[in-house]
Design a protein around this ligand. Structure first.
Ligand code: IPE
Ligand code: IPE
Ligand code: MG
Length: 236
């Protein structure tokens, strides 16, 4: 639990704008992704310092597979490097790593790295870092619906027993509280298929800066903005 009042328990981030950051500097897009990895490190550390319990980072969407092969390859290579470099530190910082998304679509090397780090950090309690990789909110919802349909067809689940809680328990985020704060960088006002079910009551903060420029103070600012909001959840 955080020592600060009203700290969001769960922050979810759409890390957007790496390509534009690079373009502004006349650099190839992959340089933007590389710089973005630095922001990931700094934002993770800041969340630990603030006492945030869950940080979910949208790193690669189902739709991002439609980018040119060279960019997909560069992103996967960067992800591998990030995981390999970060493995020991996650362990030292007592961070539990989880991954959500269609992980079977990832290269075998990436999956193996993820599996190893997830096993090694499974009992850590300082914070949970959730990486959304090859992730799509609609795909996640469809897959939950399918698993319920399979049980209903087999006669082990009555359709009447399907509640919002039961549904949520079939999502990949089962057991993780819904995000309190959703941050998107680079000024875009859309959710791009991220955590569609889970963000129903998240406070949304859109930041103009591109992801590689989003650092400690920017996150603290977003949390301050969150703390100024009045969450009503439909009541008064
Ligand atoms: C975010 O930056 C990283 C990923 C989506 C993988 P972008 O690559 O979307 O950068 P822009 O939005 O084109 O600037
Ligand atoms: C969302 O960013 C996905 C990630 C940040 C991983 P995109 O750049 O893919 O989203 P759109 O295309 O602008 O909606
Ligand atoms: Mg983008």
């Amino acid at each position: 639990m955080s020592d600060f009042p009203d700290t969001p328990r769960h922050i979810a981030v759409i890390m957007d704008g790496n390509g534009r950051w690079a373009k502004e500097r006349g650099l190839p897009r992959r340089e933007g992704h590389r710089a973005g990895a630095e922001s990931v490190r700094e934002i993770t550390d800041t969340c630990i310092d603030l006492g945030v319990e869950y940080l979910t980072l949208y790193a690669f969407s189902s739709e991002n597979w439609n980018r040119p092969e060279s960019e997909v390859k560069a992103l996967m290579a960067l992800l591998d490097r990030f995981l390999a470099e970060k493995a020991k530190e996650l362990d030292r910082q007592k961070i539990r790593l989880l991954a959500i998304g269609q992980l079977d679509r990832l290269p075998a090397k990436t999956r193996n790295l993820l599996d190893r780090i997830m096993a090694r950090t499974a009992d850590h309690k300082t914070m949970t870092l959730v990486l959304a990789l090859s992730y799509g909110g609609r795909e996640e919802i469809v897959s939950a619906a399918k698993s319920l349909a399979v049980d209903a067809a087999a006669g082990v689940l009555s359709p009447d027993a399907i509640t919002a809680e039961v549904f949520a328990s079939r999502l990949q985020t089962a057991g993780i509280p819904d995000p309190d704060l959703l941050v998107r960088t680079s000024g875009e006002m859309r959710v791009s298929n991220f955590l569609l079910w889970q963000i129903s009551y998240a406070e949304i903060v859109i930041v103009k800066k591109f992801w590689p420029d989003f650092r400690r103070n920017d996150l603290v600012e977003a949390v301050n903005e969150y703390q100024r909001r009045h969450r009503r959840f439909g009541a008064l």
